[in-house]
Unconditional design. Sequence first.
Lengths: 124, 773
Amino acid sequence: MNKPQTILIVEDEIILQDVYKLVLSTQGYEIHTANNGVEGLNLLKKVHPDLVLLDIFMPVMDGKEMLKNIEIPDYPNTKFIVYSNLSDRNTESEMLDLGAHKFVLKSSMTPKDLVNLVTETLGG
Amino acid sequence: MSMRNSNNIIMPAEDERDRLHSLFMQTPAAIAILRGEDHVFEFANPLYLQLVGRTDNIIGKPVRDSFPEVIKQGFLELLDRVYATGEAYIGNETPIELGNDGDGKLIKKYLNFVYQPIRNINGHVDGIMVHAIDVTDQVLSRQMIEEGREQYLTLFNSIDQGFSVIEILFDKKNKPIDYRFLETNAVFEIQSGLKNATGKSIRELVPNYEKRWVEMYGRVALTGESIRIEDWSEAFRRWYDVYVTRVGGPSSRKVSVLFTDITQRKHAEEALKESEERFRIMADAAPNMVWALDSKGKLKYANNYTLEFLGVNAKDFTKQHWLSAIHQMDLKKIKRIASKAMRNKESFSQELRVTRRDGDCRWVFVQGTPSYYPNGELYGYIGSGIDITERRRAEQALRESQARFRDVSDNATTGLLIIGSRLRCTFMNPAAEGILGITKEEAQRSSKPLHDLIHHTKPDGSRYPVKDCPIVGVLSDKSKSTGEETFIRPDGTKYPVAYTASPIVTDGKITGTVIEIRDITDEKQARIEQQRLVSMTEQRNELLKLNKAKDEFIALASHQLRTPATAVKQYISLLMEGYAGTVPVEQLQYLRTAYESNEREIKIINDLLKTAQLDSEGYKLHKVQFNIVDIVQEIIREYQPVFDLKKQKVVLRIDEETVIALIDPKEIKLVLINLVENASKYSHPGTTVKISIQQKEQCLDIVIADKGVGISRDGMQKVFEKFTRIDNELSDTVTGTGLGLYWVKQIVELHGGIVKLASTPGKGSTFTVRLPI
């Protein structure tokens, strides 16, 4: 019996959070949500998820700060996907340098696209 | 000695004669016998002949012939008279001038003689006996004595000193108790007030005469030792300079006293001493050196200040060891100068270096003036010495400071000038001359204030009165003034000047102004430039700020704008995907419409934000070495459906499979997508789009050629501009924001490349992207 894969969603927009939670939990993933970078860090430590969907623009602590504060080697089994509406190339490369595996523009993704992305990333 | 013969001589004939003859021959008297009226020599004894200087060949000759020189002297007359009267003649010390035989020279003699008449038997005179004695010596010596005495007396009476010869009177114990005047001269009488003193004793004349004088004279008389003294006589109430000598031999009690009333001189001496005393008191109180030389130039006095200065005492001062304190060179000089002055009885002065007792070398100004006795005799030199070290140092410092000022002001690039209280230029350095365009001489020659020469007109052309000038105003304001003014050169050209004017204060009064000026023509120019630069920089900074604000806006906007659109997209999708249950077909249709509209919105937002990003300062390409061919092939693959739909064909012509260039793959892909999309969009169905990649030496060309509607000449200019869509037959059917070609141009140019367009309306367009490699 496989333990379900966990996903941590770090996103301040609740309405978007709800969509991601809905479609992903339907897929059988265990979902944890954080509203900002600080909450995200705490949950990350606690849960050690298999995947983190990380927004950038958040109050208290933004996505870049949070990623900076993560020792990636401490989370060898965790994939980090930046899931943001920021289309700036510079930020994109920064986040990738900081350890993110992918940089995805939220506005280009339907819920179905998200499911496919997650499945692909976690090796279904 | 006169011989007297008796008148009656009775002579026995021959015997008597012979006896007489031998008598006469032996007699110590000159005897001659004359016979007859002519007084012929019958006999002359040797003494006679000797006396008269003749030989015996006068025998038988008359006197007249024998003694022609005697003719005029009256003796012949005398002989005649004696012969005629028979009375003897006696001459006493009678002068006679006789010549020696053949000599011609006349000798004066003095004779005592007798002309004795000789009578014959009858009693008649028939001859004369001459009897003479040469008393010349006596007479002469007596004359000499008399002359001497006369001289003596003359001297005696003419000397301005009192002279007397006295005889000391001793008592039984040989103590001198009195003296008697033997001789006194006129001056004695005057000086002593004793008249007719001769023969009288001093005790008689001056009863209260001090004993010591008598004792002194007595001492001289006894010892024979002369005495010279200056003494006060109480009796006469006078000072005398007395010189006493003994007259005569040891047994003489006579002394001569030569004395002078020196009372006046003594008083003068006293007065002089007193005056010297007073001088010394004053000199010792003086706050500078006072010294005196005697008439020979020997140092004889220095006041306390001098002694202290040199560190000697009064005794050592005259020894002159301290002269070594004077600088060697200066000592030579002062000795020379003083000697010359003393020779000419003139004043002298000199500055010399003297080492003070504390070791410090001081400059002293020495002055000496000759001083005289009342009688005009040189008393000596009186002088002073003043320590002028500080003054010299101050002068030296002033000189140095002036020299330094000169140095600085001559070489200064800043103009320096000074105007006096009359507003005229008193000083101008070379730099100022250069700036003002006039020389110092020109400025000083003019009677006008300097202001009227160089600062007379305001920039607007109106007159600039002196009283309004702030530089001139410093003279009355007493405070420094700094500012900028416009000066005028002699040729009328105006130029801007920066100045600083400071008042010169002497003894609390303002005597002038020192002004520093700088021609700031260049400076002003620079200032203007700088202003411009500053405003440009400010503008640039503003722009940068705006840009930054814009970039921040973009970042924020991309999030803010997209978020709601994203939410819409998600929820519509959820609905369409059945997460809220099955959706009826009609609803599904509406949902689709809403979804598509939202997608369009998202696209517009994306396009706008992309453009803004491309425009922003910090936009960077992420270049890597990438195979262009891969990109092109990918695009062709991706757009195959689009082409198929329009029944269009895409042809790719490449020379190599691999064409590597340093590019930002994403951006170049965007460029090529836009061009390929346009090629398809603006071509009719059934046309072919040709894509080729041509690798050249310095660059590579990606050419996209279509057979579409083409672009007009005017259109070609505008086609790359933002939001421009050219009106053509297909434009209505084409969707787009009008940004595609703008991006193409921006991105290609960011790569250092260019976009070329060739087009013919109706025939088609060929876009060439040339990238450097």
